[in-house]
Design a protein around this ligand. Structure first.
Ligand code: UDP
Length: 462
């Protein structure tokens, strides 16, 4: 365990058991939360799956327990993310129960509660049967949570199943969402969705609270709606990775892919705010045709670009094969391509001028925290709702509304990098970044909410 340093609060003699969903966008915030709560004096035990397992040696101050949940190659398909999450729920259920029961009877520090990813709904009956309070971590935005919770209403109002002829219509009940932004798979039977969402709602209501990686100044109205609808405590304590420096410096340790550090010297050689950083996170995938439009759009934009091309990003390709031969050489060092980047460091680099993102919630929040304007190209689930907030609510980015078209990409880059519109966007995201900095300082909304969470956890002790 790490020695108690002057920054850390008195150890509380209490243990928290954390159970992250084994996907990159869920592991990062859970581990950041773990760091925060450890800093607050709790001992941390992490239960993780063999599939996408974490490396315990990068967190010597936590205790790790691995449960035997491995997935076959065929099962590791995130193309239908809902089916994948359901499968994980089924596969984890028994091994998790056994592991938790063992931990509760091991005569170590008493366990105050379980903090589980909200999408692990099976943890509700498990925790209940073991009489352990369960708090949930929602790793996405409060707004998309509101959108999911509204599904029964949307079904009743006829928005679901989504019809192609209505994609551009506004969803009156969830402004400023359009029908095409709803976090729903077109192929999924709406009744199944209904079942899933009402189950999730019941299991959420049975919890001892929800922790959100967001902050009041960003999502105050969605948080207010959630408080109105759910009779449980709500703790918006984000942005987690900014809460204290130790948490952000260790955030790379939950990375499942190794981060290519060659980005940093390359960025050092570029002019301030000149670089387009392009990354679509860990799950989104695009077609070869879309990839080529991206490549030409970026090449024609004249700006330097740092492009994360994750193996698996392009359907049917291993890596860069679809690029025309000589494409990169012709750019003369204006492009730098990596398989995975140290994203937080990249976004904090003074050379980065814009982030072309898929609007996963972590990426969106990380961009806001560094004051980097966004070009939005959401691909699935909650990403469309996040992108709609970026472009239409906070107005800190522009969407590629008509998909990947090289001309539109070039025009959008120009708008953000050189035109007046871009200047205004930059000014707005700078103000939002300031608010993110303030909310985690003493007296700020997230700071106070974190204090509230600590008190709440201490009150759970029997
Ligand atoms: N990330 C990274 N390197 C990359 C791309 C992404 O470290 O090259 C991190 C990023 O900082 C974020 C997470 O991976 O914390 C992705 O989460 P997000 O919610 O944005 O997207 P998801 O992967 O869940 O679609």
């Amino acid at each position: 365990r790490l020695p108690l340093n002057s920054n850390m609060e008195q150890r509380k003699g209490l243990r928290l058991i954390l159970f992250p969903m084994p996907l990159q966008g869920h592991l990062n915030p859970m581990l950041e939360l773990a760091n925060l709560l450890h800093h607050k004096g709790f001992s941390i035990t992490i239960i993780h799956t063999q599939f996408n397992s974490l490396n315990p040696s990068t967190y010597p101050h936590f205790t790790f327990h691995s449960i035997p949940v491995a997935l076959s190659q065929a099962e590791v398909s995130t193309s239908d993310i809902l089916a994948f999450i359901s499968l994980l729920n089924v596969k984890c259920s028994e091994p998790f129960r056994e592991c938790l029961a063992r931990l509760l009877s091991d005569n170590q520090e008493p366990v105050a509660c379980l903090i589980s990813d909200l999408l692990f709904h099976f943890t509700q009956p498990v925790a209940e049967s073991l009489k352990l309070p369960r708090i949930l971590l929602r790793t996405s935005a409060a707004f998309s949570f509101v959108a999911y919770a509204a599904f029964p209403l949307l079904l009743e109002k006829g928005y679901l199943p989504i019809q192609d002829s209505r994609l551009e219509e506004p969803v009156i009940e969830l402004p400023p969402l359009k029908v095409k932004d709803l976090p729903v798979l077109k192929t999924m039977d709406p009744e199944k969705y209904y079942e899933l969402v009402s189950g999730l709602k019941k299991e959420t209501e049975a919890s001892y609270g929800i922790i959100f990686n967001t902050f009041e100044d960003l999502e105050g109205s969605s948080l207010a709606k959630i408080r109105q609808e759910f009779n449980i405590p709500i703790f918006p304590i984000g942005p987690f990775h900014k809460c204290f420096p130790a948490a952000s410096s260790s955030s790379s340790s939950s990375s499942l892919l190794s981060q290519d550090q060659s980005c940093i010297p390359w960025l050092n050689s570029q002019a301030p705010k000149s670089v387009i950083y392009v990354s679509f996170g860990s799950i989104a995938a695009i077609s070869e045709a879309q990839f080529l439009e991206m490549a030409w759009g970026l090449a024609n934009s004249i700006q330097p670009f740092l492009w994360v091309i994750r193996p698996g990003l392009i359907h049917g390709s291993e890596w860069l094969e679809p690029l025309p031969s000589g494409f990169l050489e012709a750019l003369n060092g204006r492009a730098h391509i990596v398989k995975w980047a140290p994203q937080k460091e990249v976004l904090a680099h003074p050379s980065v001028g814009v982030f072309w993102t898929h609007n996963g919630w972590n990426s969106t929040l990380e961009s806001i925290c560094e004051g980097v304007p966004m070009i939005c190209m959401p691909c699935l689930s909650d990403q469309m709702a996040n992108a709609r907030c970026v472009s239409d609510v906070w107005k800190v980015g522009l969407q590629l509304e008509h998909g990947m078209k090289r001309g539109e990409i070039e025009r959008t880059v120009r708008k953000i990098m050189v035109e007046k519109e871009g200047e205004e966007i930059r000014e707005r995201i700078f103000q939002l970044m300031e608010k993110a900095n303030v909310c985690i300082k003493q007296g700020g909304s997230s700071y106070q909410s974190l204090e509230g969470l600590v008190k709440h956890i201490l009150s759970l002790e029997k």
